[in-house]
Design a protein around this ligand. Structure first.
Ligand SMILES: [Zn+2]
Length: 547
């Protein structure tokens, strides 16, 4: 029989359970609130999850940063970790902001935390018990030529647990480096947190790999289970108000319509055997969610589709991408013709796009159909420039555009030795014009957004035919879709579109280069090339061709 009044047991509970510790000490949080589980039982479940890898995909105001900050302080203060915890924010500014507005008040307002912390001058490192809680910005600080991005702030500090907050703002190299901090630990715990942005990206990708826990609410009337998000908008019904004209929305059982308590859910895993413990915490189940407000925003989304992204991300805690911002595999397969990949030599003149990679080179061969349309006759992944040479010879390539990085020297040799026009290509994020041509070096500098837009429309408008479906075409389709257009804020605070990579996208780059290479066939065939002419002065129309 457990007696909670036993002071010894109480001490042991405080030692072992960070949530119990925070409750007993009535920890003061921002805005004069006290840590409580009222309307947020989910916090207790997440705080007490001892899995090695936890991820939380969350909507707005889910209080998850608080959960993990308190858990870290508790673990360190009670000597559970010897190597410390590193809490990563996406940037140094975000760390400073957090430290000043939330962390310092948390220490000052709570004697029980102050007692655990030794005084340090640094806003970034706090000594807790015998170990350290380090707050870091995860942004890459420099790009070394030919080497991985390395950041001073990520290197060199060992840890027992790393937490990455706002996961979508970390790039994959940076994530790997934060994992390396754990190599020397017996615990090796890691946590990913964040509001999702796009499907297959960042926190949404991690959540997909996890056991995928959603809060399920049991109806007191009929016993059926409702998931606020998966069943949205059917999980909301309306009371007819007698005094107002308005209808009052409420969360309802999807089976019988009886009102359900959004805070009474239990996490149920979709894939219980998976190693990563994943939680989905939408804004709908947080204590300050105001349903009438949520529903009026939802109605606005029905009228203005451009508002849907923000609603999905911050209210439902789900990733979202508008159809026009990313190709789908069915867009690509819709371009498949009846012809299988060509295996015999080519008589007509062809163009080639090559993406150069460490593991393999990605090659796409195409020919012109008329002044707008093109046909891909062959695509493959091969090792080394010699293999590329053999393919070019077989298919009668007269124009090639090849990635100059990362093997610039090999490219230069290839360019010199091939008996047809070979141009190098590199992407630029900042450049006034779509394309700069260095005739002497034989290099094109391309504005990344615009060249990706061109191949996006090439596929969407069905202006390029690709070979009949086969295993390699399947891979091609997958890679063509592994990038998406997102709205980002640049250093000047302007909102700009940028294509970001969601996985291997070598075939997409090879197609970008093929698009250019076909344009250069004009020199050989005297025809206007598909696409290339569009880039001519004055003809580029962002309204029809995208930004
Ligand atoms: Zn019911």
């Amino acid at each position: 029989m457990i007696n909670l009044n036993d002071p010894k047991l109480n001490d042991q509970m405080i030692q072992a359970d960070s949530c119990y510790w925070a409750l007993c000490n009535e920890i003061k949080l921002m805005g004069n609130t006290t840590f409580t589980l009222d309307k947020c039982q989910y916090m207790q479940v997440i705080m007490n999850d001892s899995s090695r890898f936890v991820c939380v995909m969350k909507g707005a105001q889910a209080r998850i940063t608080t959960v993990f900050m308190l858990r870290s302080i508790h673990c360190l203060g009670h000597g559970l970790y010897s190597k410390g915890v590193i809490y990563y924010f996406p940037s140094r500014d975000a760390v400073e902001d957090f430290s000043k507005t939330r962390f310092t008040p948390l220490i000052n307002d709570n004697p029980c935390i102050k007692r655990l912390l030794q005084s340090t001058d640094s806003v970034f490192v706090k000594r807790v018990g015998k170990s350290f809680l380090t707050l870091k910005g995860g942004t890459a600080t420099k790009i070394l030529k030919g080497r991985k991005k390395d950041s001073m702030s990520v290197r060199s500090t060992p840890a027992d647990e790393v937490i990455r907050d706002e996961r979508d703002l970390f790039d994959d190299d940076m994530v790997q480096m934060t994992k390396d901090r754990l190599l020397d630990s017996v615990f090796k715990r890691e946590v990913d947190l964040g509001t999702p942005t796009m499907p297959d990206f960042g926190i949404a990708k991690v959540f997909t790999l996890s056991d995928q826990k959603n809060s399920m609410i049991k109806c007191e009337g009929c016993g059926a289970y409702t998931c606020l998000v998966d069943d949205f908008p059917n999980s909301v019904k309306y009371h007819k108000s007698t005094t107002h004209v308005n209808y009052e929305p409420y969360f309802a059982c999807i089976k019988c319509g009886k009102e359900i308590d959004p805070f009474a859910g239990e996490f149920v895993a979709k894939y219980p055997n998976r190693e990563i413990s994943g939680y989905h915490v939408p804004h709908l189940m947080t204590p300050h969610c105001e349903l009438p407000l949520v529903m009026s925003r939802w109605e606005e989304c029905q009228i203005d589709g451009s508002k849907a992204g923000a609603f999905y991300n911050s209210i439902l805690g789900l990733p979202y991408i508008a159809a026009e911002d990313r190709l789908t595999e069915s867009d690509v397969f819709a371009c498949c013709g009846n012809d299988v990949m060509r295996t015999t030599i080519s008589i007509s003149q062809t163009a080639m796009g090559v993406d150069v990679g460490k593991a393999y080179h990605t090659v796409v061969i195409g020919e012109k159909v008329d002044d707008k349309r093109a046909k891909v006759i062959y695509l493959c992944r091969v090792k080394g420039f010699n293999a590329v040479h053999d393919i070019a010879k077989k298919y009668n390539v007269k124009s090639a555009v090849v990635d100059i990085r990362p093997y610039e020297e090999s490219f230069n040799l290839f360019q010199k030795s091939e008996p047809y026009r070979v141009f190098g290509a590199e992407y630029k994020d900042k450049q006034r014009e779509f394309m700069k041509t260095d005739e002497r070096q034989g290099v094109y500098s391309l504005l990344r957004n615009q060249i990706f837009d061109k191949t996006h429309h090439w596929i969407k408008d069905g202006l390029v035919e690709i070979p009949r479906k086969c295993a390699e075409v399947d891979e091609f389709a997958k890679q063509m879709c592994n990038c998406a257009k997102v709205l980002e804020e640049n250093e000047q605070g302007d909102r700009v579109y940028r294509y970001i990579k969601l996985g291997d996208d070598h075939y997409r780059s090879a197609m970008n280069y093929l698009w250019l290479a076909l344009g250069d066939l004009t020199a050989w065939q005297g025809m206007a090339a598909p696409g290339f002419a569009m880039a001519g002065a004055g003809e580029w129309n962002p309204l029809t061709h995208g930004l």
